[in-house]
Design a protein. Structure first.
Length: 283
């Protein structure tokens, strides 16, 4: 029991401090997050920020040498990204379940095909270079890389299109595209809902974007719990809620309730009429 408790406490404190590491020096001996390491060139070694460092020969991430990097031109770009004159690198950590997630390993990946001189960090995990956009070190195609900008953690746009989770939204109008909340967005004519589909057997999670057919983009309101409405229609996660009354439709705030919305016609659960909870509907 004591051993299990120690492992759980180690996991708790390890996860809580996963980004708290830093470089320290004692003479020519360097440590990262308390773990000693020896730079290729200790005399020229210096920390660039809390994760990245360099010397005259190499770049470093969390105290680990970045093989093949050029120390003379190495620079930190964000908490996860760095570059030298030839390559952009993405640095993160991972844990192994068989070790009860108590040991953190460093993983440094050259970002494939990234153009180092033009690579620019934009925020929310996004970046761009002269031809592509990137999210968390993964490149994806956009219509106009020069104008690409993130609008949050999932939505983005360029001068031509809107994007959700790296996927272009067909027919969207980039210049007027803007998020309403974390899952709904609109442009001058249309409203969109995006989510990450995780329930397809044998398939990795993937983005799904729905266009709300017939929506009045100017009048649309996000109600919460996946619902949205305009003056005449109601949608749940971008799908129409058939026969719902938009004027009286309201979300139920109590997450423990058997329903998540109601209107003058009855009660609703995840966009479907809830017969079992009909008594909860207004009379």
């Amino acid at each position: 029991m004591i051993r299990i408790l120690a492992v759980l406490l180690g996991l708790l404190f390890g996860l809580a401090g996963c980004d708290g590491g830093s470089y320290t020096r004692n003479g020519l001996q360097w440590s990262y997050d308390g773990k000693p390491f020896t730079p290729d060139d200790p005399k020229t070694f210096r920390a660039l920020d809390k994760h990245f460092a360099r010397d005259a020969k190499r770049g470093y991430c969390r105290g680990s040498t970045i093989d093949g990097s050029d120390g003379a031109s190495f620079e930190a770009l964000s908490d996860h990204e760095a570059r030298d004159r030839r390559t952009v690198y993405y640095c993160d950590t991972y844990r192994k379940g068989q070790e009860y997630w108590t040991v953190r390993y460093v993983r440094v990946t050259p970002i494939q095909d990234a153009h180092a001189p033009s690579y620019r960090v934009l925020g929310f995990g996004y970046a761009r270079d002269r031809t592509r956009a990137y999210e968390d070190g993964v490149g994806f195609t956009v219509r106009d890389a020069a104008s690409f900008e993130p609008l949050g953690s999932q939505f983005a746009r360029d001068s031509e299109r809107g994007y959700f989770a790296r996927a272009e939204i067909p027919g969207s109008h980039g210049p007027t595209f803007s998020p309403i909340d974390a899952t709904y967005a609109r442009d001058r004519t249309s409203v969109y809902h995006g989510h990450i589909e995780t329930g397809t057997p044998g398939k990795e999670p993937y983005p799904v974007v729905r266009t709300l057919r017939g929506a009045d983009a100017a009048a649309l309101r996000v109600l919460g719990r996946g619902y949205a409405s305009d003056t005449a229609h109601v949608w749940y996660e971008g799908a129409p809620v058939l026969h719902a009354d938009a004027a009286s439709f309201a979300v139920v705030e109590d997450i423990a309730s058997d329903i998540d919305a109601n209107d003058r016609t009855g009660a609703w659960k995840q966009g479907r009429k809830s017969a079992a909870a009909a008594a909860a509907a207004p009379r």
